[in-house]
Design a protein around this ligand. Structure first.
Ligand code: PEP
Ligand code: MG
Length: 585
């Protein structure tokens, strides 16, 4: 039998490293379909819900079509026909018309309406006993499943039960999906959709899973059981590699492991520049399973705890007690080192069904009801989170960090809530942090950076979220692979906002750190130090490489280069000047 042909596909390498394993194509599994009847007054809302889900599914197909244009013409044509057919089914098809009618006439929810319509179509096709029709039925089911997933916001089969050694291949992986991955079973993943700076990428890095997103044609070419290499460093997926290719990647994998071991030895070395300036290196934490890595990295703190993880992949909101226990355990593990806990930053691509289901589209919009806005809109949610943080603060130093702040008003309102919650807990004789924890602001929206002096007057520290700051400054969606080439934190506008914020922090004598992805990339270290930043927070996996870079840098030289870079207006030239300083060119 002929060996299967080696296929190399290009995508966005979002989490470095090499994974070699077996393809597990994530298929549509059985989705728990809710069934309920509607009151007359609810019909219009349900019709709108179906309309929105159809739009989401259409957008997904549209993006897959755009992606497929970048693969060889013959394959693109074939995939194009299939995706055209899907698009038509999402338009004015029997499936869609029937579902709308059932919502209106039978007064049933949209998922159930689709499911019932599918059963009807299936019954009428079954009598024909024709292979072509059977294949079309599969297509209709695929389309209906896609809409039902958009309605229920669930993804398909649980990802934590895949066979050991799997590499997941699928159309899209949400941050919540990624949070479910068990690195003992899953070695990496490749998807058709997704940008390099989204939270799926961040979670993949946190879990140490090589990942390539935005890979056109991957679902059509990969079959479950195939051997596959994910090259997360160079953004390549190699299906059915030839023996020579496999050997080359195995060698690279061994080399990388050796390098990481070498960096691990820096763990006990101080994070200090050549001219003796201390640089504090902290960790970003997304999931409690990262904690052993955090301790092992020698981090001096947790500079960003993304508390969203507690709210994802569950149907109910965690109680104050549940949140407290989780946070207390993390604080205790840190053993006296500070844990900076960010309040809920749900919204955008990070959805938590239990909270966002009644918010609708606004929670999914980058400009919508998200971050601190959402917390202030749902004070009971914020209060229970604050109570859990204050209580965890009785077990070690914590700081409270507010995400997506755009004005001083949000900070003042949150502070008032913190004080009220603290008074209540004290009156109940419950142990809390004493004194109350510092309250800091994420600088990740241009309005926050531009009013940093005013924000400094009402807050105790700044944490620059360069991921969102880049997105909002250049108006480039960090999760969209189609504009990934425009996303660049070296854009002079982004650098000016970081510089202005650093100057404001200095003027107002409050600490400032950077916790966006630039903090974990040694390429940016000299520039950030040169701009006056002395605290960086990153994935535990990046800490060794950044510490190595810190120890090579002389602050005065970095300041001079940063000064020169800040006089530039061209992103390409800025990159060249930085890489030149780093000794790369
Ligand atoms: C950021 O925006 O840079 C940040 C650290 O927050 P997140 O990536 O969670 O949005
Ligand atoms: Mg952010």
């Amino acid at each position: 039998m002929l060996a299967p042909k080696e296929i190399i596909l290009k995508g966005l390498g979002v989490s470095p490293g090499i994974a070699i394993g077996t393809v597990h194509v994530r298929e549509s599994g059985s989705i728990a379909i809710p069934e309920y009847s509607l009151k007359k007054s609810e019909v219009a809302g349900e019709t709108k819900r179906l309309k929105t889900a159809l739009k989401t599914a259409q957008e997904q197909i549209g993006r897959m079509k755009d992606k497929s244009k970048t693969i060889p013409p013959a394959a693109a044509e074939e995939i194009g026909f299939l995706l055209d057919a899907y698009e038509q089914m999402l338009g004015n098809s029997r499936l869609v018309r029937g579902a709308y009618r059932r919502i209106k006439d039978d007064r049933i929810n949209a998922e159930y309406a689709l499911q019932t319509e599918i059963s009807d179509i299936q019954a009428s096709f079954a009598a024909l006993d024709d292979a072509y029709i059977a294949a079309r039925m599969d297509d209709i089911k695929e389309v209906a499943d896609r809409v039902i997933r958009a309605l229920t916001k669930t993804h398909v089969k649980p990802l934590n039960t895949v066979p050991k050694g799997s590499i997941i291949i699928c159309d899209e992986m949400t941050p919540a999906d990624t949070a479910q991955l068990d690195p003992k079973r899953v070695l990496g993943f490749g998807t058709v959709l997704g940008g390099a700076q989204g939270h799926t990428a961040i979670m993949a890095c946190a879990l140490g899973l090589p990942a390539v997103l935005g890979t056109a044609g991957i679902l059509q070419q990969a079959q479950s059981g195939d051997l596959v290499i994910i090259d997360g460093s160079q953004g390549r997926v190699i299906l059915n590699p030839k023996p020579a290719t496999l050997a080359a990647f195995e060698a690279r994998q061994t080399e990388r492991k050796k390098n990481l071991k070498r960096l691990e030895r820096l763990r006990r070395q101080p994070s200090i520049t050549r001219d003796g300036v201390d640089i504090s290196l902290g960790c970003n934490v997304e999931l409690p399973i990262e904690m052993p890595g955090v301790i092992n990295s020698g981090a001096s703190s947790i500079g960003l705890l993304r508390s969203e993880f507690m709210f994802m992949n569950r149907e109910t909101i965690p109680s104050e007690e549940e949140q407290f226990v989780l946070l207390r355990d993390i604080v205790k593990t840190m053993d006296g080192r500070t844990t900076t806990i960010r309040t809920l930053d749900i919204g955008g691509e990070k959805l938590a069904q239990a909270i966002t289901k009644d918010i609708g589209e606004s929670a999914q919009s980058a400009l919508g009801l998200r971050g601190i806005r959402l917390s202030l809109k749902k004070p009971e949610l914020l209060e229970s989170q604050i109570a859990a943080i204050l209580r965890a603060g009785a077990f070690g130093p914590v700081r409270i960090l507010l995400p997506m702040v755009s004005s001083t008003r949000e900070v003042k309102r949150t502070r008032a809530i913190i004080n009220t919650v603290a008074e209540r807990l004290k009156s109940e004789n419950i142990a809390i942090a004493d004194p109350l924890p510092p309250v800091g602001v994420m600088i990740e929206i241009p309005s926050a950076a531009l009013t940093a002096d005013a924000l400094a007057a009402v807050s105790d520290f700044f944490a620059v979220g360069s991921n969102d700051l880049t997105m909002y400054t250049i108006a480039v969606d960090r999760t969209d692979e189609q504009v990934a080439d425009l996303y660049n934190p070296l854009h002079p506008a982004v650098l000016r906002l970081i510089q202005g914020t650093a100057d404001a922090a200095l003027r107002n004598r409050i600490p400032i750190s950077i916790c966006g992805e630039v903090a974990g990339n040694p390429r940016f270290t000299a520039l950030l130090l040169g701009l006056g930043i002395r605290e960086l927070s990153m994935s535990a996996h990046s800490l060794g490489a950044v510490k190595q870079r810190v120890r090579e840098i002389e602050i005065t030289a970095a300041q001079n280069r940063a000064h020169f870079i800040m006089s530039q207006t061209d992103t390409g030239r800025i990159a060249m000047l930085l890489d030149d300083f780093n000794g790369l060119v």
